[in-house]
Ligand binder design. Structure first.
Ligand code: ZN
Length: 277
């Protein structure tokens, strides 16, 4: 919580970038699990199903979850954006292990309590479009508002009509506004199923009190089971999704990059032992 704020980034961008580089490398090294695949398959089979996620790890897109049915309300570690107020350049699905040579995995400390090195500002990621603004992680930090366009899209979806079912998966249900969607869905007629490891430990878990179904355990085991009548077996899910660990191509918004030489200089780093460039 002390590093995931705009104030921390302004005060010590070197430290915050090292923290997020470690998080990016951990997330990009992980693999989508059976729960990511089950939700992706449900989305493919049912175009009127959406997933609102607080996860920033990018594992659902990699599982083949249709992007138009996925609302990552806390942003994504694979998104980076320019901090200049005069520039809106953003990269989506940037899965590079190292954004600059100074942030290569071999140089990213995993224990940030152990006095990480101070990286000179010039060696941190800069915007390839304007060349002036430092890039920052595209996650929603504490003290920041959630992306309005996403929230409006979710509201539009809710306004379309009655809702059959709300799956509350692996969340304490205490972070707003996502927690509020449980009651909103109920107001639209939805039955509520809670899937969580800690149902017994947390009687105030969002939605537990009024849920029709409680499933205690690992969602990577429970979701494939309870969705099986709709999505089929996991073998069928894998066949439906094809490659079940794909890195979606990088896309850009905020205008074309004009200073390509600068881009080469700034982002040309290659981390060791990585393959996603
Ligand atoms: Zn810029």
């Amino acid at each position: 919580m002390s590093l995931a704020t705009p104030q921390a980034f302004v005060k010590d961008p070197s430290l915050v970038w090292q923290f997020y580089s470690a998080r990016r490398q951990a997330a990009f090294s992980a693999k989508p699990n059976a729960a990511h695949l089950a939700l992706a398959a449900l989305s493919v089979k049912h175009k009127d199903f959406i997933t609102v996620t607080q996860n920033v790890d990018g594992l659902s897109p990699r599982a083949g979850h249709p992007p138009e049915q996925l609302y990552p309300v806390h942003g994504s570690l694979s998104t980076i954006k320019c901090t200049s107020i005069f520039c809106s350049y953003t990269e989506h699905n940037n899965f590079k292990m190292a954004l600059t040579p100074a942030l290569a995995p071999s140089r990213t400390p995993t224990d940030l309590d152990a006095q990480p090195p101070t990286i000179p500002l010039i060696e941190l990621p800069y915007c390839p479009k304007c060349g002036i603004g430092m890039m920052r992680p595209g996650v929603v930090w504490f003290n920041e508002t959630l992306p309005n366009d996403l929230l409006e899209s979710i509201d539009d979806w809710i306004d379309q009509g009655p809702i059959d079912l709300c799956l509350v998966i692996g969340t304490t249900g205490q972070v707003w506004p996502a927690a509020g969607y449980i009651e909103i869905c109920r107001g639209k007629g939805a039955k509520v199923a809670v899937i969580n490891m800690e149902i017994d430990d947390n009687p105030h878990l969002g939605g537990v009190n009024s849920a029709e179904w409680l499933f205690k355990g690992d969602c990577a085991q429970i979701l494939p089971d309870i969705l099986q009548p709709i999505i089929g077996s996991m073998d069928e899910v894998r066949e439906l999704l094809g490659d079940t660990d794909k890195f979606p191509p990088t896309t850009y918004s905020g205008g074309p990059v004009t200073d390509l030489d600068n881009n080469d200089d700034i982002t040309g780093g290659t981390g060791e032992g990585t393959g996603y460039y």
